[in-house]
Design a protein around this ligand. Structure first.
Ligand code: AHG
Ligand code: MN
Ligand code: MN
Length: 336
């Protein structure tokens, strides 16, 4: 065997999780089962996403979710797949989804259930009709069986996430995960049927002159964001925005830049949801050496009060987030 082969081992997500688990003596394996269930759901969703047009399941489902947004067919299908994969895991107490008004209580109190899993089953789904990149975002929290109310149980600050990740359904299917010990990247090999480790300990570049924002809403951005954009236009920045958070973030994680979803007239507290979009993305980016703010405060420090609450988001390369932050002289610069 050539020396190269001995260092270029094939490492699946499953073996990676078990290796991580072995670093924690006394680990029960419950946590690994949860990530394994998310991996299974990701493969199933990837298959359905790729066949969505052939199976005529594109477009709207004809219902609205709790956010008042029209649900896409694939939102509903992806949500069901995740519920069916995660519902069988005995270690889960509560599931919560962007697509469901209330959390789903699987087991509580004496029946165990050490963890809560929250997810955005299909992020960027409105771009699916035109073959855009979409993703699944997930986060794992510890369950507190002393807290009776399911919504209160999952309303934990992002700093208390045990794991966070996303699955990006693009030209390839990428699985990005952190358990608080750096960020690792896997790619689905459809012929093997496994997510294969391709990059350990991803580090986001500190600077990159690219910002990602929907400039159609510029007129309603708070003054600090408008001041930053004027500065960026005068300093040779480029712009990339695909309207799918997971796709925009994956580009920034790998090549650098900054993503912003500021407060707007239609979304005065921002559009993105704190618990299952901003917090998992923030944990991933900060674990890769980046930064994540919601206005003047660190996103991961916000104490949630509602499952579906929204926050403004500024996330990406540390130097680029700081460049945005420099334009917030007072709190008024961050408010609509
Ligand atoms: P979702 O499809 O889960 O509702 O998320 C869509 C989000 C996010 O993916 C993206 O960054 C943002 O909506 C785009 O919003 P605009 O179309 O207002 O720019
Ligand atoms: Mn989303
Ligand atoms: Mn969604």
């Amino acid at each position: 065997m050539s020396p190269q082969q001995s260092t270029d081992n094939l490492f699946s997500l499953q073996s990676h999780i078990l290796a991580e688990e072995s670093r924690h003596p006394g680990a029960s394996g419950d946590f690994s089962w949860i990530i394994s269930a998310i991996s299974l759901a990701g493969k199933a969703i990837a298959h359905r996403v790729r066949r969505a047009r052939l199976e005529s399941v594109l477009g709207e489902h004809g219902t609205s979710n709790v956010q008042g947004e029209s649900q896409q067919e694939m939102d509903v299908i992806s949500n069901e797949i995740l519920m069916r994969c995660l519902g069988t895991r005995a270690s889960i107490a509560v599931l919560a989804s962007e697509e469901d008004q209330e959390p789903t209580i699987l087991r509580r109190g004496k029946d165990g259930g050490k963890y809560c899993v929250l997810f955005d089953p299909l992020d960027g789904s409105s771009t699916l009709d035109t073959n855009g990149a979409v993703g699944t975002i997930f986060t794992v929290l510890r369950n507190d069986s002393d807290v009776a109310d399911a919504e209160a149980t999952v309303c934990q600050p992002g700093s208390r996430q045990l794991a966070a990740g996303y699955i990006l359904y693009g030209p390839s299917t990428a699985f990005v995960i952190t358990t608080g010990n750096g960020v690792d990247l896997f790619e689905l090999d459809p012929f093997v049927g496994s997510f294969i480790l391709v990059k350990r300990s991803l580090r986001i570049p500190e600077r990159k002159k690219v910002y990602s924002v929907n400039e159609a809403y510029t007129d309603s951005f708070p003054a600090g964001y408008s001041s930053y954009l004027a500065w960026a236009h005068a300093n040779g920045y480029s712009s990339r925005y695909i309207g799918s958070l997971v796709g925009d973030i994956h580009r920034i994680l790998l090549t650098g830049g900054v993503f912003m979803y500021p407060p707007t007239t239609s979304h005065p507290t921002g559009k993105l949801r704190l618990l299952y979009e901003a917090n998992p993305i923030g944990m991933i980016v900060e674990q890769a050496g980046g930064r994540c703010l919601s206005g003047l405060e660190s996103t991961l420090d916000i104490v949630p009060t509602k499952l579906h609450q929204r926050v403004p988001l500024i996330v990406g390369s540390s130097g680029e987030v700081d460049a945005v932050r420099a334009h917030f002289k007072t709190p008024a610069d961050t408010m609509p």
